[in-house]
Design a protein around this ligand. Structure first.
Ligand SMILES: Nc1ncnc2c1ncn2[C@@H]1O[C@H](COP(=O)(O)OP(=O)(O)OP(=O)(O)O)[C@@H](O)[C@H]1O
Ligand SMILES: [Mg+2]
Length: 226
């Protein structure tokens, strides 16, 4: 479904070129679950951003089914992401001036859906994530685990095919981390999601069907991404 071919990424740092990703391949099928592991600074987040079309590579291609994504405009990609992809990060990135339900329905509003429909759907999703009693709380009135659950509800709002998560439990205590980890696998089953997660948590990583280890911008095992 999603196929990354020889992705490289370089950053200009003054006069120097920093070569971060050195030719990564990844083949994702529908319903796959993959985690990406590796030491800090190896390029995991950079690669995830490119897989999610949030950033463009220096070289390489990304295909969604037959479509060559980086040959498309930024506007096309923004709309594509809104419909097909969900993102959860280590930090929740909720908007502080909006309530849980308003944050959750944001992707629907961006997609141009009616407020009433959005609100109904957001309430249903938050209910599924055990947050029915926190619908009108603002982020500052939610616990860390609750905020992360709202961020997950928001990521699921447009029913993405692929959910990307970058250290989604990195900021949580062990009990909340465990709850969120269980939630990911429940959601994968219930929403038939394809799951790509970066994590430093070995126990979480062990639950994924595929573990890809990155070091210095390459997979440690040659050919691992296929
Ligand atoms: N915009 C940028 N400009 C210059 N260098 C960058 C930029 N973004 C990332 N880097 C560098 O690229 C390298 C990889 O960063 P990345 O965030 O992908 O690492 P990571 O594997 O996710 O690490 P961590 O586990 O700490 O999150 C780092 O050395 C970082 O400093
Ligand atoms: Mg990172």
């Amino acid at each position: 479904m999603l196929s990354a071919r020889h992705i490289t990424k370089e950053f200009k740092q003054g006069k120097k070129e920093l070569r971060i990703l050195k030719g990564l391949n990844l083949e994702l099928g529908e319903g796959d679950d993959v985690c990406i592991l590796g030491a800090s600074g190896t390029g995991k987040s950079t690669f995830l951003q490119i897989l999610g079309t949030l950033d463009r590579p220096t070289q390489g291609q990304l295909f969604y089914r037959q479509e060559d994504l980086f040959s498309k405009s930024d506007d096309f990609l923004a709309q594509f992401r809104n419909q097909k992809m969900g993102f959860v990060f280590q930090f929740h990135y909720l908007m502080s001036e909006f309530s849980a339900v308003e944050n959750t329905m944001m992707p629907g509003r961006i997609a141009g859906w009616e407020v009433r429909d959005c609100r109904k759907k957001a309430e249903k999703l938050l209910g599924m994530l055990d947050l029915s009693h926190r619908l009108h709380h603002y982020p500052s009135e939610l616990s860390g685990g609750e905020k992360q659950r709202v961020a997950i509800a928001r990521a699921l709002f447009c029913e993405p095919e692929i959910l990307f998560a970058d250290e989604p439990t990195g900021n949580l205590d062990s009990q909340n981390a465990k709850n969120i980890q269980n939630l990911f696998f429940d959601l994968k089953k219930n929403f038939k999601l394809t799951l790509v997660t970066v994590t430093h948590d070995a126990q979480f990583a062990s639950r994924f069907t595929r573990q890809l280890q990155m070091a210095d911008g390459l997979w440690v095992t040659p050919g691992a991404g296929w």
